[in-house]
Design a protein around this ligand. Sequence first.
Ligand code: G3P
Ligand code: CA
Length: 264
Amino acid sequence: AATFALAAPGDDVTVVAHRGASAYAPENTLAAVREGVRLRADLVEVDVQRSKDGVLVLVHDTTLSRTTDVEEVFPGRAPWRVGDFTYAEMQRLDAGSWKAPSFAGERIPTLREAVFELRRSRAGLLLEVKSPALYPGIEAEIVADMRAVPGYVDSAVRADRLVVQSFDWPSMRTYEALEPTVPVGLLGRPDPALLPELATWADQVNPSHRSVDTAYVQAVHDVGMTSSVYTVNEVADMERAIGLGVDGIITDRPDVLLRVLDGR
Ligand code: G3P
Ligand code: CA
C-alpha cells in the first residue's frame, strides 16, 4: 500500500550558516565557511563587497574596523572603508584575532576563494550583495567572478545550492536580468501588497524572524516564493520560526538548529 507523508512545518527546512558558522569562527572568513560545511549546514551565507582595485571580497560591515586590525595597521586611513583599500592592503590584515587568538592570521577571503571552498563540499552558497549602491556595477562582476569557476553556477543552481540576495531590491532586479537562472532573494519584509509583482522576478523573501508571523509567511508562499528568516540563534526562536512554516533558517549556530530539527 502506498504511504503518504504529510508535509508539516519543519520538514525540509534549509539550514543556513550565517556569515559562515559565525558563532564559532570569525565571520566571513574561510575558517567560518569551513565550519559551516563541517557542521552540515545546507547553505553558507556570506557578504560580498569590492576592494578599491575591484576585487570581490567577503566583509559584512562597510568598514574594516570591527573585524580586522586595520586601525593598527593603517592608523591614518580613517574611516577604514572597505572600498578605500586595495586587495593587497587587505591581505595584510588579521581578520581572525578579534574573534579568538586561535584564529590569528585568518585573511579576508575573495568571493572566488569561498566558491572554490564550497564547490568541493555538499554545502551551497547564499550570497548577500552588501550595500551595492557603494559599488556600481558589482552585479555584473559577481556574475563574471562566479562564471569564471567552470561549471559552478549551473551545477549549483541544478542542486538548489545557490541563491543571491540583498536588502537592495533594485540591485537584485539588475542581477536577475543578468543571470536569470540563479534564484534571487529579497532581504527585508516587503509589504504584502507588493508580493505579487515581486514574485514575477524574485524567488525568495528573507525577513528578520522577528518581523514576521504565520500569515506573512503564508502570503509569501501564496505568490509562489519561499522564505528564509534571519538571524535565529536561540532554541525558542528556532522552534517559533519552524512553526511559522518558513523554508529556511539563517543562524550563527547551524549545529544547534540541526539538533532542534532532528529532535522534532
Ligand atoms: O542572511 C541575512 C542576514 O545576513 C542579513 O543581515 O546584517 O547579518 O547581513 P546581516
Ligand atoms: Ca548577511
